[in-house]
Design a protein around this ligand. Structure first.
Ligand SMILES: [Zn+2]
Length: 151
């Protein structure tokens, strides 16, 4: 138990690395909300965490029945709300993900989307103040990553 200094009450401690690994093993490293496979890639592995179904902040216990493998995205979407059951929490998370996906599909952030405006070339001329500062410092500054490969 640890003391929540904001609400002055005792909370269960976060899971230790060992406890977390046991939950991830039990759930086969799959997010129990969206099904993300934590074993599919390094990036997915980095995204995996353990979720308190009833949040610690809401006096959820560190009990295997209250812990599930969860990707960080679903964990963030779920937040600290208390649901009547895991199934209700899962339904909320999946609905929110669907809503977020629909919103994302209307943005230029998705693959294949055309940029609203052609990106401007980053040349020293486009940043006269930086170019002047660089010239004053006697250095040559280039924003091209290719220039880093020389020498
Ligand atoms: Zn997930």
């Amino acid at each position: 138990m640890s003391l929540d200094l904001v609400n002055l009450r005792f909370l269960d401690r976060p899971v230790t690395k060992k406890e977390g690994l046991q939950i991830l093993e039990r759930d086969e490293y799959r997010c129990q909300y969206c099904g993300l496979d934590g074993r599919a890639s390094f990036e997915n592995a980095l995204a995996m965490s353990v979720d308190f179904v009833v949040p610690r902040a809401r006096k959820g216990k560190k009990d295997p029945h209250n812990l599930v493998a969860c990707c960080r995205s679903c964990n963030m979407i779920k937040g600290k709300h208390v649901y009547r059951s895991f199934d209700e929490a899962k339904a909320h998370v999946l609905k929110r993900r669907t809503d977020l996906r629909r919103a994302w599909e209307r943005t230029p952030a998705q693959p294949g989307a055309k940029p609203a405006k052609a990106p401007e070339a980053r040349t020293p001329a486009a940043e006269p103040e930086k170019a002047r500062a660089a010239a004053a410092a006697g250095s040559v500054v280039s924003s091209s990553p290719l220039s880093l490969r020389k020498g």
